[in-house]
Design a protein around this ligand. Structure first.
Ligand SMILES: [Zn+2]
Length: 97
């Protein structure tokens, strides 16, 4: 019973504080929401910049057989500076000479 009364008192105090500082609480919530939104936006921006940087770092190379442009990381090469888009292209190039 003692705890129930204490809980009730705390509840009343909470309601009183909430009604008294409603504006401050509302502005606080508003600011907090804006802050989280801004943080999310900046995070997505960072990701976008990262992706751009990654795409810039990988140079495109041309397949010596079929002429398809592919990122160097995915390209196959036998000799230096001669790239192929797939094993198939590499094989045909080797067979032809
Ligand atoms: Zn090819």
């Amino acid at each position: 019973m003692k705890w129930l009364i204490l809980l009730l008192l705390v509840g009343i105090a909470g309601v009183l504080i909430a009604t008294r500082f409603r504006r401050q609480i509302q502005t606080g919530i508003y600011l907090w929401r804006m802050f989280t939104k801004m943080r999310q936006m900046s995070q997505t921006d960072e990701k976008r910049i990262e992706q751009k940087a990654n795409s810039k770092e990988v140079p495109l190379v041309r397949c010596a057989r079929c002429g398809t442009w592919i990122p160097q990381t995915k390209a196959l090469n036998l000799r230096s500076k001669v790239f192929y888009c797939s094993a198939n292209c590499m094989e045909t190039a080797v067979k032809v000479g």
